[in-house]
Design a protein around this ligand. Structure first.
Ligand code: AMP
Ligand code: MG
Length: 288
């Protein structure tokens, strides 16, 4: 494992500290075009992405390997963002570099009648990553304070206490060994229009288009408010939010890769030691 790669020279600051949401930060001040901390250029991205995907995959394999012994920890990537922010691209280009054996992916759409009959965290708990796995939430329990709040799907008396419930839930997760990497992805209104237009131009992208995306788009200011409240109230010490500008897909992918690498490094892992006598096994194998 090549340690020097952990300080890729193209970053002036580590994304995990630079992108971390600090209470008081304003959603209105986020520049989705920005590339905070990155001092390279777009053409550096493919090579760097490839290199860092290798590092990410090595760490993920180590997490998985340790779970075969006795380490039950896991890492959960939570992706939230408006349509076209690039959640699917993160899944494909960042998580896609990992061995699928060790990844538990879930996409949270509109709840089914059964899901709606339960507490909002019911379906979330069922989807938590297994020990040694990287969990990916493509949308999450945060929809229950975003679209639900914006559309008044339940009264404020119901969604309002959810921020505290989410914090308590996440604290419980962290205490039981699941590190959270929460990523709020920000695309601009203009860029979203371009991306939606592209979906309408290309037959290979129709499947991603949903007429409802325009209805959500029309509620942009309400979503900005809901995102602000979400960040203010659920960016905790144990499970902070990271704000990732997403107009440049190459940047957002590099940034999320670094966030995942950092979360895995924080686990201070090493390869599990053998539970057999290596020399004795070598001798046995020679004769076998
Ligand atoms: P997509 O991720 O593009 O497949 O879209 C899924 C849709 O389901 C989005 O419009 C989400 O806002 C919506 N959705 C996800 N979770 C919930 C929820 N808890 N309540 C209502 N709508 C939701
Ligand atoms: Mg969609």
């Amino acid at each position: 494992m090549s340690e020097p790669l952990d300080l890729p020279s193209l970053w002036s600051h580590e994304p995990h500290s630079l992108l971390r949401f600090t209470p008081g930060d304003l959603v209105a001040d986020i520049d989705p075009d920005a590339t905070p901390g990155f001092r390279g250029v777009k053409s550096d991205a493919p090579t760097l992405q490839e290199e860092r995907n290798v590092r990410f995959a090595e760490l993920q394999e180590m997490l998985y390997a340790r779970s075969r012994v006795d380490d039950t920890r896991s890492v959960l990537l939570v992706l939230q963002g408006m349509d076209t922010a690039g959640k699917g691209g993160i899944v494909k280009h960042v998580v896609g570099g990992c061995n699928p054996q060790g990844v538990d992916y879930f996409n949270f759409g509109k709840p089914t009648p059964e899901e709606l009959s339960h507490h909002f965290l019911w379906r979330i708990r069922k989807a938590l990553p297994r020990p040694g796995h990287i969990g990916v939430f493509d949308r999450s329990h945060y929809e229950d304070v975003l679209i639900v709040r914006v559309h008044n799907l339940v009264p404020p008396a119901v969604w309002e206490p959810r921020y505290d419930e989410i914090n308590a839930f996440e604290r419980e997760l962290v205490e039981s060994g699941t590190s959270l990497v929460k990523v709020a992805m920000f695309v601009s209104l203009d860029e979203q229009k371009k991306r939606l237009a592209e979906r309408l131009e290309r037959p290979d992208k129709y499947w991603k288009y949903n007429p409802g995306d325009i209805d959500e788009r029309l509620k942009w200011p309400l979503y900005q408010e809901a995102y602000q409240a979400m960040l203010d109230r659920t960016s905790t010490e144990y499970a902070p939010w990271h704000v990732v500008p997403c107009n440049r897909k190459w940047y957002s992918r590099l940034a999320v890769t670094e966030l995942m690498i950092e979360a895995l490094k924080q686990l201070n892992m090493s390869w599990p030691p053998p539970d057999f006598d290596v020399e004795a096994e070598k001798k046995r194998l020679k004769k076998a």
